[in-house]
Design a protein around this ligand. Structure first.
Ligand code: ZN
Ligand code: ZN
Ligand code: ZN
Length: 452
């Protein structure tokens, strides 16, 4: 049962007298902390830099993700790692809350630290921190503290977002980085579009209509009058004798005249020159626990293979593309297809009730039965963990009753009382698919969830 002990651990000067906690125990480094889950620590160091280093080192403690952690002086960096400014009353309640949740976790040892850290306190976020002396400019202190061996926290975040372990919550910034070394320290500089020299100037030019000469306005000035330096014609009326060309820039290296300079980026780190369009754009998000992260947190591990192995099965992105394409074909050629969705509402519950091996057995049965039902030309996709989509080309809505009967038979064949399958069908084409297939699918699936 948690909490394991009732002590407040205090690192730094002036440990307070305990009111809610049993004892206040002073520690000096991470090695002094006990090897327990669900402890509480407050760091009271005056030097912000020392505090930051100490906080990072504390995260090397294997179980510290499950601790409540405070400081006496906050700053942007500590906000990324800690639960705020220490106040015994609020800290005590917060700590009790964490321990209450720890008691509900079945296999605490298997949870990876980041998922645990985010899962145990839902107000925690993976927060980016801007640091100018850092090559990539933004770091994620909590990720660097928990996984110091990572080479790029940005790439780590990206891949965790892709597999839905993390979910972007708020866009904090959008930066461009060097394609060579990922440095965010770039200098944007205007260059001559002809020879790429940086030695360019703004110049107001005049264009003599008589001889076609173009030159700096200054060179046309003769005794307070305008006169072409080339053919010596007096220029009186703009639009009649002369005009101002659009080219307002001149290159001092090749004397090229141009309207707009090109902008290129020079990496201040590796000196690679890049056209701005070729720079890598990074979106810097604040993140929270994602859908899969939630699952892993609750079940202690990634579900190995909740995937149905059905013939003609494709991944979600591929399925979306096919759906979009088939929809366009159907609109053009006046065809009719069917999108069948099957929702297994209790799958998750089932696995937590009966364990994974039982669930795999169930999925196996479903797989065998479904494989007998579909044609070779049908395309299946396990779009969500509990939603299976089947695209049935050239199938009319009118055949749904036959199909339904077959599915009912199938359901009754599955030897499991807990097994529930909701089936619904949507007719294709639907013009709104063209406006955004992901959104359309999300809505369709939303309807299935709502209908149960
Ligand atoms: Zn030039
Ligand atoms: Zn002239
Ligand atoms: Zn670079």
């Amino acid at each position: 049962m948690y909490p394991i002990d009732n002590n407040l651990y205090w690192l730094g000067r002036d440990p307070p007298k305990a009111v809610h906690f049993k004892n206040v125990k002073q520690v000096h480094c991470v090695d002094d902390l006990p090897d327990i889950w669900g402890g509480i620590l407050c760091v009271n160091l005056d030097d912000p830099e020392e505090q930051s280093h100490m906080l990072v080192s504390i995260f090397s403690h294997q179980k510290v993700w499950s601790w409540a952690m405070y400081v006496t002086h906050t700053n942007h960096y500590s906000d990324c790692l800690c639960d705020g400014v220490f106040n015994e009353q609020t800290a005590y309640n917060y700590w009790l809350e964490i321990n209450h949740r720890l008691n509900k976790l079945s296999n605490i040892e298997q949870i990876d630290p980041l998922t645990g850290w985010l899962g145990i306190q839902r107000t925690r976020r993976v927060t980016p921190f801007k640091q100018l002396n850092y090559l990539g400019i933004y770091q994620y202190p909590i990720i660097e503290a928990l996984y110091p061996e990572l080479y790029s926290t940005y790439r780590y975040v990206l891949s965790e977002v892709n597999r839905e372990m993390l979910e972007p919550e708020k866009l904090v910034d959008r930066i461009r980085v060097c394609k060579q070394c990922n440095s965010g320290h770039l200098n944007y500089v205007e260059v001559c579009p002809n020879c790429k020299s940086i030695d360019i100037d703004v110049q107001t030019s005049l264009h003599c209509f008589t001889c076609g000469h173009v030159g700096d306005q200054q060179s046309f000035l003769r005794k307070g009058k305008l006169e072409c330096p080339n053919c010596l014609t007096q220029l009186r009326h703009i639009g009649v004798d002369y005009d101002r060309p659009l080219e307002t820039h001149i290159c001092r290296s090749c004397f090229h005249l141009f309207v707009e300079p090109e902008t290129i980026s020079n990496c201040l780190n590796c000196e690679t020159q890049t056209e701005t369009a070729e720079l890598i754009v990074q979106k810097i998000h604040q993140l929270k626990l994602g859908q899969l992260g939630e699952y892993v947190y609750q079940h202690g591990k990634v579900l190995q293979a909740p995937e149905l192995s059905i013939k003609g099965k494709v991944d979600a992105g591929y399925f979306e593309n096919i759906l979009l394409w088939l929809n366009k074909v159907a609109l053009r050629h006046d065809e009719e297809h069917l999108l069948l969705s099957m929702y297994l509402p209790r799958l998750e519950e089932y696995s937590s009730l009966y364990g994974d091996s039982k669930m795999f057995a169930l999925l196996d049965q479903i797989t065998v039965r479904l494989n007998g039902l579909f044609r070779d030309t049908d395309i299946c996709c396990q779009y969500k963990q509990d939603v299976l989509l089947v695209l049935m080309p050239k199938t009319k809505m009118t055949s749904i009753s036959v199909l339904q009967k077959k599915i009912e038979q199938l359901s009754s064949l599955i030897e499991e009382e807990q097994f529930v399958l909701h089936v619904s069908a949507v007719k294709i084409p639907d013009p709104t698919i063209n406006e955004g297939v992901k959104v359309w699918l999300a809505e369709t699936i939303g309807n299935i969830y709502a209908a149960r």
